[in-house]
Design a binder for this molecule. Structure first.
Ligand code: SF4
Length: 402
């Protein structure tokens, strides 16, 4: 059994669950007993921190009680997230917990990381164990079956693609830090999947009712933080369905395949959006990494490389599986490129805008002509009609007249 301090850092481990089952409080005690007030406060803090930053924060864990409170706060935080019922918060929270786990793992030796990875069905083997190349330092070099590797490798980063890895006999080599990163992704995916179907008990809704409302609001504000920036809503409404879907996925923090990220960056760049504005859109993702994203965006937009890419056409989008065929509209069927879709929409939007302007100008002309006529008639009123007209105006009220 691991020390209590270790279990507090990795509350998802089977050993942690066992320990809580054996030594932890009942649900009733956890929710209502004054002794566990601190655990309840930390539980809410974990969730708030996942909204404010990108991890669930670091609190000093010195005593045994500190460790216990950390450990008990984990299921409480999950219940708060489940009760809030916000998919964006769920993704953000799962990512923040996973990032904290990763930062703890970086303090551990390779053997411990390997142990933790085994709880996510990863059969990592130290190369020294299998008679392969010499292990590199305490962290060591590990080999992992390619299926385990692919299941957990971060999809967005080219460096993790199998073609860029050392592969032998169906096994991929990785060092301890990379193994820790695979654990982060495996834990994130597991927690997110678990949270999607988790139901918060009524007690949690009662005890955390104030917190849940505030957390929902904070999550909504975070989500909206970037929505009004950059391109602006009016133009985004003219985007083709494929770009709308990819954009919504990025803003919601969902995993977007590389081809989708490439497509949207090239599209936004081509229609005139700056790299900074594109980055602002990306930054709503819970695992947003500004440096990595800047590199990717600038590579595609040509600032970081000599090539400036253009977005793929509709046929390529379909081949990549990122054309949402169920959302295609009439215009989609007439164009062969998302840019042509946008241009056509923009033209008709501008035409509507010009017509509206012309109508407004025409109406203004009419009003001033009427005003002029009214002034003329006021300056020379016919005594028998002026009183009647005034009465009529009073009956209808001043609003209609204006
Ligand atoms: S047809 Fe082209 S513009 Fe329309 S959804 Fe598909 S990829 Fe996008």
């Amino acid at each position: 059994m691991y020390p209590l301090g270790t279990l507090a850092n990795y509350p998802f481990l089977s050993e942690a669950r066992e320990w809580v089952k054996e030594h932890g409080p009942t649900m009733e005690e956890l929710f209502f007993d004054a002794i566990y007030q601190r655990a309840r406060a930390i539980g809410a803090q974990r969730v708030r921190e996942s909204i404010e930053g990108s991890s669930v924060g670091e609190r000093p864990v010195i005593s045994e009680t500190d460790s216990e409170m950390e450990l008990f706060s984990y299921p409480l935080a999950k219940m708060i997230v489940a009760a809030a019922g916000d998919p964006y918060l769920t993704r953000r929270y799962a990512m923040a917990e996973a990032k904290s786990v990763y930062s703890h793992l970086l303090e551990e030796d390779g053997e411990f990381i390997k142990e933790v990875s085994s709880q996510f069905a990863m059969d990592a083997r130290r190369l020294g164990d299998s008679g392969g190349a010499e292990a590199g330092g305490d962290g060591g070099i590990y080999r992992l079956h390619f299926a385990d590797y692919l299941r957990n490798a971060p999809a967005r980063d080219r460096g993790w693609k199998l073609v860029n890895r050392r592969l032998s006999g169906g096994y991929v080599e990785c060092d301890a830090v990379e193994l820790a990163r695979l654990v982060q992704e495996a834990f994130r995916a597991r927690l997110e999947a678990e949270m999607k179907t988790a139901k918060a008990p009524d007690e949690a809704r009662r005890v955390f009712s104030g917190e849940i409302g505030a957390i929902r609001n904070a999550a909504r504000m975070k989500r909206e933080e970037f929505e009004g920036e950059g391109f602006g809503k009016a133009d985004a409404e003219l985007f083709p369905p494929c770009m709308k879907v990819i954009l919504a996925m990025i803003q919601g923090g969902a995993n977007v395949p590389h081809t989708g990220r490439f497509g949207i960056v090239a599209f936004l760049h081509t229609i005139g959006m700056s790299s900074d504005d594109i980055l602002a859109l990306f930054s709503t993702a819970p695992d947003f990494d500004v440096e990595k994203s800047r590199y990717q965006v600038e590579h595609i937009t040509g600032r970081g490389s000599s090539t400036e890419y253009t977005p793929p056409g509709c046929q390529a989008m379909k081949t990549f599986g990122i054309c949402p065929t169920d959302r295609m509209d009439g215009l989609c069927r007439r164009v062969k490129h998302p840019l042509n879709y946008y241009r056509a929409k923009l033209r008709s939007h501008n035409r509507r805008g010009q017509k509206k302007e012309a109508d407004t100008a025409e109406a203004a002309k009419e009003v001033s002509a009427k005003d002029a006529a009214a002034k003329t008639s006021q300056s020379a009123p016919r005594p028998d009609e002026s009183g009647r007209k005034e009465d009529s105006g009073n009956e209808r009220g001043g609003f209609d007249v204006y």
